[in-house]
Design a protein around this ligand. Structure first.
Ligand SMILES: Nc1ncnc2c1ncn2[C@@H]1O[C@H](COP(=O)(O)OP(=O)(O)OP(=O)(O)O)[C@@H](O)[C@H]1O
Length: 280
C-alpha cells in the first residue's frame, strides 16, 4: 500500500501551446479519492492531463505520478482499431498491461452488456466509452485518468459509467482524476474539485468545503450598493432582480432582504466562469 498522500503532484508545471500557457501549476491530487477537473472550453484541462501523462512534454516543472503501467487512461480518441472485436481489444491490453485481470474485465463487460464478440466499430458512442473505461480499469490501476468520460452520453449511460467508476474506487487506494463539463457529475461523486481557468488552477479543494465557502445570493436590484456589488461573482442583473455567488464570509455585506442559499457545484462553476454584467 502506498502511503503518500497524493497520487499526483506537480511543482511549477508549465506547458506552452501557441499563445496559451498552462501554469505554473502546483497541482495535488489526493490518493484514494475522486477528483473532478472543471473549466471553460480551452481553459487547459486536456493539456494538463496530457502533460501529466507525458503525452506532451512539459516546458518546466516537476511531476510525481505512479509508474505509467499503474495508470489507466481514456481520452476522447479510442486506442482500439475499428475492426477489432471486444475480445481482441482485451487481448491487446492484457498483453501490454501488467496485472491484467481477465475475470474482472469479463465481469465488467457483463455488467455493461458488452459481448466479447461485438465489433468495436458497431458499438454506440456510449458503449464505446464504457469499453474504453473497462479496458483502462482491467488491471486495477492505482490511478484512472479520464478526459470527459461522460460527454455525449445520455443520462442512463452516464449513470452506468458512474457505477462502473464507483466499482473501481472500491479498491483500497484507487484514485480517479477526470475532466468534465457536466458539473452534475461532480455532485455526489467527486470528493475533490480542481477548477481551471485560463491555464491556472483557480480553486482546488474538497467539494464539501467549496459548497460551504460559497453561497448563492438573489435579491432586488435595490439591495445592491457600491460596496457590496464587487463581492458578487458572476453577477446577473434582471429587470428588477439579481443573482450571483458570494463568499459565505461576505454575507454580512448584504441587507436582510436578500435570499442566501447553499449553491450547487453547477451554480458555483457557472457564476465563476461568467463575465460580470455591464452596468445598466
Ligand atoms: N496542439 C495544440 N497546438 C496549439 N495550441 C493548442 C494545442 N492544443 C491545445 N491548444 C490550445 O491550448 C488551450 C487549452 O486547450 P485544452 O484542450 O487543454 O483546453 P480544455 O480545457 O481541455 O478545453 P475543452 O473543454 O474545450 O476540451 C486552448 O487555447 C487551445 O487552443
Amino acid at each position: 500500500m502506498n502511503t503518500t498522500e497524493h497520487v499526483v503532484e506537480t511543482v511549477g508545471l508549465v506547458k506552452r501551446r501557441g499563445d496559451f500557457t498552462l501554469g505554473p501549476l502546483d497541482l495535488r491530487v489526493p490518493r484514494g479519492f475522486v477528483t473532478g477537473m472543471v473549466g471553460a472550453n480551452g481553459s487547459g484541462k486536456t493539456t494538463t492531463l496530457r502533460t501529466l501523462l507525458g503525452l506532451v512534454r512539459a516546458d518546466a516543472g516537476r511531476i510525481a505520478m505512479p509508474p505509467i503501467g499503474e495508470v489507466g487512461v481514456v481520452f476522447d480518441q479510442p486506442f482500439v482499431l475499428p475492426y477489432w472485436r471486444v475480445r481482441d481489444a482485451a487481448a491487446v491490453y492484457a498483453a501490454s498491461r501488467p496485472g491484467w485481470d481477465q475475470d474482472w474485465f469479463d465481469r465488467l463487460c457483463r455488467r455493461l452488456r458488452l459481448g466479447a464478440d461485438e465489433r468495436v466499430n458497431k458499438l454506440s458512442r456510449g458503449q464505446g466509452n464504457k469499453l474504453m473505461i473497462a479496458l483502462a480499469m482491467g488491471n486495477h490501476p492505482d490511478l484512472l485518468i479520464l478526459d470527459e468520460p461522460t460527454s455525449g452520453l445520455d443520462p442512463a449511460a452516464r449513470a452506468d459509467l458512474v457505477d462502473l467508476l464507483r466499482e473501481h474506487m472500491r479498491r483500497q487506494d484507487a484514485s480517479l482524476l477526470f475532466s468534465t463539463h457536466i458539473t452534475s457529475d461532480l455532485e455526489h461523486f467527486a470528493d475533490y474539485l480542481v477548477f481551471v481557468d485560463g491555464g491556472q488552477v483557480v480553486y482546488s479543494g474538497a467539494v464539501d468545503e467549496l459548497v460551504e465557502e460559497f453561497a448563492h445570493i438573489q435579491g432586488a436590484l435595490t439591495d445592491l450598493t457600491a460596496e457590496n456589488t464587487p463581492l458578487i461573482r458572476g453577477l446577473r442583473r434582471g429587470q428588477h432582480n439579481f443573482d450571483g455567488i458570494i463568499r459565505t464570509a461576505d454575507t454580512a455585506g448584504f441587507g436582510p432582504g436578500v435570499q442566501i442559499e447553499t449553491p450547487t457545484i453547477e451554480r458555483i462553476v457557472v457564476h465563476h466562469m461568467r463575465p460580470r454584467d455591464e452596468e445598466p
